[in-house]
Design a protein around this ligand. Sequence first.
Ligand code: UD1
Length: 422
Amino acid sequence: MDRLVVEGGQRLSGEIQVSGAKNAALPILVSSLLSPHTCVLENVPDVGDVRTMYQLLGVLGTTTNWDGNRLLIKTEALQTHEAPYSLVSTMRASILVLGPLVARGGEAIVPLPGGCSIGSRPVNLHIDGLRALGAEVCIQRGSIHVKARRLKGTRISMEPSSVTGTENLMMAAVLAKGVTVIDNAAREPEVADLAAFLVKRGARIQGCGTNTITIEGVEVLNDHEHPHKIMADRIEAGTYLIAGAITQGDVTVRLTSPQLLDDLCTMLHATGAKISRKHGSIRVKMDRRASSVDVTTGPSPAFPTDLQAQMTPLLSLANGVSLVTETVFENRLTHVSELRRMGANITTNGNQATITGVDKLSGAPVMASDLRGGAALIIASLAADDKTVISRVYHVDRGYERIEINLKTLGANVRRVKGNNA
Ligand code: UD1
């Protein structure tokens, strides 16, 4: 298993290009199951989860042909309607194949993904939604079995709103008979990117970006070979901006829609950073110790849970006391115990963390236990004294393309050690 070795204390400065969003790419790749036509995608990130999705789709009958970040993807015919447990167990987003498999082939068997390090993460909304669309669903031997001749449009209400739940049901409803309305749908921009892609292929979807999405089912999706460019990864961009702030640096990220990070920019501004947003980029410049701020996560348009962990090290070095409240997942503070080992003063109570800023963090051997928690440890290591060795970097590689190369471009002293060699 790879590790990252970081010698902290370098002020990051410079500019980097943000990759395509993993959380938009995954459902868009899966949506290729809905028709036999070739889809052309650009800006597809080369990250662990996307590679796992290629494997899963490959089993189902999809062919992928990629050249850098450009991808030709096609599912001429479904080879099987059963997703293998070995792949589903490594990536929860595999649940996304459920809706498209039923919509295209009338049947799906997908193992229950189970819990993960950030919470129990049920999939009841995916299952209830498919039942509402007329599918027969049962759970047998740990797998969800779904059958439907043709799904029928209906009104579905989500509580709480689920990102992949909305995407799954939206993909299922695209080929259903009649109109489906999803109330309390997720408003994350990645859901809107999936909808935009489906609409290009002839789907009839309205209301994305609001909490009511209306889908008028069509018989088939069209052959549409014009490339779709995956939206920029707002979470990756935010991670580098926070890294710039914690090192009192000057970092610019290039991304087509800077407004995707309005929340984070407001938060960083409140810590004392100077933010300039231009068409196509965001620059963060920090020339003093950060001030404390309170962070409460929530579904879009609230502050994203996927940036909560990365804020924690910045607030650990801030002047004053900050309160971080995680409202989306029940166990998303696992990085805190590792940050404490680096000298952070953090107490937790349920899903709230009280962070009393300290003057310095110290390098230590630490272990990533999830994707964003791993990114938080890297951010902490950039500002820590001495050397930090971060193990289980594969968690980070699931969602960040060439993270150490980007950090080196910005002036960080970081290297990857392959396998078990220290
Ligand atoms: C997606 C993102 C993930 C992000 C999360 C929240 C992808 C591939 N992953 O995950 O990076 O952290 O959104 O923004 O896009 N819930 C239920 N029942 C369900 C489904 C969800 O109760 O059937 C609950 C969850 O436990 C959680 C909340 O709904 O408390 C939101 O989870 P959800 O939006 O579904 O997260 P994911 O789609 O898995």
